[in-house]
Design a protein around this ligand. Structure first.
Ligand SMILES: Cc1cc2nc3c(=O)[nH]c(=O)nc-3n(C[C@H](O)[C@H](O)[C@H](O)COP(=O)(O)OP(=O)(O)OC[C@H]3O[C@@H](n4cnc5c(N)ncnc54)[C@H](O)[C@@H]3O)c2cc1C
Length: 244
């Protein structure tokens, strides 16, 4: 039985026995960006809507993001990395990540800002945010990134500054230039072709008496235990069949 996980030795052995190998690429990884305006926010998590464009292909997701010291991680990023794993691989892990930090449309965000401005004219923009769900340090980082004077009061904010704030809050694009460090990905996409496996027994159709289980196969799931489940299930089936 070959159950070597993502390690290349198992795929090499399978290939030497005549199996086709779907090119292995990392999946479930974090994104790195050269943009440093969010460095002070590392460790923050919040719910966002995201859109990833890689070489004209588009992916979308919604859920918790984690700002890291190098970029972005968390469930919504890992999930998107799984769906875009091959496209990102061929594009050298370059893409554009558009984040809606508020999960609101432009009109809603603008309205909230206008109402807040009316009622809080004497307060400083830097220290007072109209959006409760937005972490304070993220608000401050966004204000600073737009070069809005930290002493500016809400009453004095210009239309241009207000427009910039709205755009940055709901449609800011961050350039992704690589993935998290090699080896930190959770799973390998690709492996022994599923066409060559009998799922009832996990035996090879190419080489009788050889069984496969787990990540060495061309199966990868999103986060949530699906990879474990596949490994346990295929391991159980293969284990039962091997002793028959
Ligand atoms: C940090 C991290 C977090 C993860 N989190 C999740 C999660 O939350 N949910 C989820 O579903 N999945 C998760 N995964 C993925 C999941 O752990 C793997 O998909 C799963 O463990 C793979 O099981 P496996 O038995 O196929 O391989 P492995 O568990 O990798 O076992 C393979 C074994 O084979 C051995 N081996 C390799 N080559 C040889 C060789 N040539 N000779 C002899 N022995 C060899 C290895 O030493 C290893 O013991 C995570 C993975 C990582 C790295």
């Amino acid at each position: 039985m070959i159950c070597t996980g993502g390690h290349p030795s198992g795929r090499r052995l399978a290939k030497s026995l005549g199996h086709s190998i779907i090119q292995p690429v990392p999946s479930l990884f974090s994104f790195s960006t050269s943009e440093n305006s969010l460095r002070s926010c590392s460790g923050i998590t919040l719910d966002v809507q995201i859109k990833l464009t890689v070489n004209k292909k588009k992916y979308a997701g919604e859920g918790p993001i984690l700002i890291t010291h190098k970029g972005f991680s968390g469930p919504v990023i890992l999930r998107l990395s799984a769906f875009s794993a091959r496209t990102l691989y061929t594009n050298n892990y370059r893409g554009e990540l558009r984040i809606n930090w508020l999960c609101m449309n432009e009109d809603e965000a603008r309205f909230k800002l206008d109402v807040y401005k009316l009622g809080n004219g004497k307060k400083l923009v830097f220290n007072n945010k109209p959006f409760d769900s937005l972490p304070r340090s993220l608000w401050k980082a966004i204000v600073l990134s737009l070069n809005i004077d930290t002493q500016k009061k809400w009453a004095d904010i210009s239309k241009f500054e207000k427009d910039s704030l709205v755009k940055c809050l709901i449609m800011k694009t961050y350039l992704i230039n690589s993935r998290g460090p090699f080896g930190e990905e959770f799973v390998t996409a690709g492996g022994v072709s599923l066409k060559e496996i009998d799922f009832k027994t996990m035996e090879s159709k190419i080489c009788k008496g050889v069984f496969f289980a787990g990540e060495v196969l061309d199966i990868d799931g999103v986060t949530g235990g699906f990879n474990f489940q596949h490994c346990w299930t295929s391991g159980w089936v293969a284990g039962q069949s091997v002793v028959l």
